[in-house]
Write a protein that binds this ligand. Structure first.
Ligand SMILES: [Zn+2]
Length: 258
């Protein structure tokens, strides 16, 4: 963790510089996110609402992601997927299914580099290429970004916010599922520290993580915690096919945003 903190999100909102029209296989030119919100980075959301965000990184995976989507559908739960751009290019149908089923997409770079070792040019090219493939594939744009390994400097995070209006989102709960401790341990760790505003990290590229999800969801239910997407946790409203950019619009005037 590199000094990323929580932020007051009371006035957070996202809007677009141009109307979002792309809901077809050939979407319009990619819109730009505007600078209408003040969220630069966060690891959890300050809230009293009994909500957490389940986030899944490093996919899509050809087998594990569809299985996870089945489980989330059975439990009527929405999650946020921080996808890798090169894998979106490889598995477009899975990414389209993620969106069609009401989940949120976040930007997790094109090739998963350790960004803190790279310059701004590389960072922006990783981000832009991934935004573009997600836009072309789904007609929707991620509104948050997660750095691989959580490795980004505060300066880089501010640069990204200033130039692309993308908040850096890390996590407050890390089950270390990539160490493959087994589903029971992963589920137990996902529950540890899960309280209002928690952002729970997991990876949908491991079978054991997907196997842990039902038990984790049941545990969250028992604690009275609802699972929402990252945008919902922040208070921006739904990210999805029905209202892809229906976040609080600041200074958008009479402009329609799809
Ligand atoms: Zn990752």
């Amino acid at each position: 963790m590199l000094g990323l903190g929580s932020w007051c999100l009371a006035n957070a909102g996202v809007s677009l510089a141009t109307p979002a029209q792309g809901r077809t296989a050939t979407p319009a030119a990619m819109p730009r996110l505007t600078r209408a919100h003040g969220v630069i980075n966060l690891s959890r959301v300050e809230t009293d609402r009994p909500q957490v965000a389940l986030t899944f990184d490093d996919g899509p995976h050809p087998q594990h992601t569809p299985r996870l989507l089945d489980i989330l559908a059975e439990h009527r739960v929405r999650a946020t997927f921080y996808v890798i751009g090169s894998l979106v290019h490889r598995y477009p149908a899975i990414v389209q299914r993620i969106v069609a089923e009401g989940h949120e997409l976040g930007n997790h770079t094109w090739a998963h580099p350790t960004l803190s070792r790279h310059g701004d040019h590389r960072i922006l090219s990783e981000i832009d290429r991934t935004q573009e493939i997600i836009w072309q594939t789904t007609g929707h744009l991620p509104v948050t970004f997660r750095p691989p390994y959580g490795a980004i400097t505060p300066r880089q995070s501010r640069m990204l916010h200033a130039s692309r209006n993308l908040p850096t989102v890390v996590w407050s709960v890390d089950p270390q599922d990539w160490r493959r401790p087994g589903p029971a341990v992963v589920a137990q760790r996902m529950l540890q520290g899960a309280g209002p505003g928690a952002i729970i990290l997991a990876h949908d590229i491991h079978a054991a993580t997907v196997a842990a999800v039902p038990e984790a969801l049941n545990g969250l239910y028992r604690r009275g915690l609802d699972c929402v997407t990252l945008s919902e946790l922040i208070g921006w409203g739904r990210w999805g096919p029905e209202a892809p950019y229906r976040h609080r619009i600041a200074g958008a005037g009479s402009r329609r945003t799809g």
